[in-house]
Write a protein that binds this ligand. Structure first.
Ligand SMILES: [Zn+2]
Length: 166
């Protein structure tokens, strides 16, 4: 079943819905099409509709922003876009690296862990970032709940990722 990315009236991404649900929102004029597949059309009632990929709600829906996102391997890799934060590879199996090593008192929390490939993780070992000359490309931070969950679901789709990252 195809899914469709829903943006709030403010263009903030809020969820994925089924194609069927998206069509209902469009037919009721509660949403408008932002991105559609050019090569496909949908037949709906008496008219035809563009095949939606991203839609935007016409009126603003309040969304809770302060969910506490648990730190897990999956949510961390999603935050870091499945990319080693030291060398930038996406091709190798990724591990979780403690920026300040655990042996030096570094904690397992959002601001101290990054995705790292096996060889970077090994190279960095128990060294501090400055001693290893390995500084994460993006300063690790606690991510917004919605963005991370949506990015996980948007994996492999550049159109969706473009709307979720901004
Ligand atoms: Zn690496």
């Amino acid at each position: 079943m195809s899914k469709v990315l829903v943006l709030n009236a403010t263009y903030e991404p809020i969820s994925f819905v089924t194609l069927k649900r998206a069509v209902i929102l469009l037919l009721k004029e509660k949403a408008e099409v932002i991105e559609a597949l050019v090569e496909r059309q949908l037949r709906a009632e008496r008219s035809s509709l563009p095949y939606p990929v991203v839609i935007r709600l016409v009126s603003y829906v309040p969304v809770p922003r302060f969910f506490n996102l648990p730190l897990s391997r999956r949510s961390l890799l999603s935050r870091d876009n499945y990319t080693c934060q030291y060398c930038g590879t996406t091709e190798h199996p990724l591990t979780i690296d403690h920026v300040i090593p655990r042996s030096r008192g570094g904690k397992t929390e959002w601001t101290n862990v990054v995705a790292a490939c096996v060889s970077c993780n090994r190279k960095k070992g128990n060294k501090m970032p400055a001693d290893a000359h390995m500084i994460p490309r993006t300063k690790p931070a606690k991510p917004g709940y919605i963005a991370v969950v949506l990015l996980g679901q948007a994996k492999g789709n550049e159109t969706w990722q473009r709307y979720i990252r901004t």
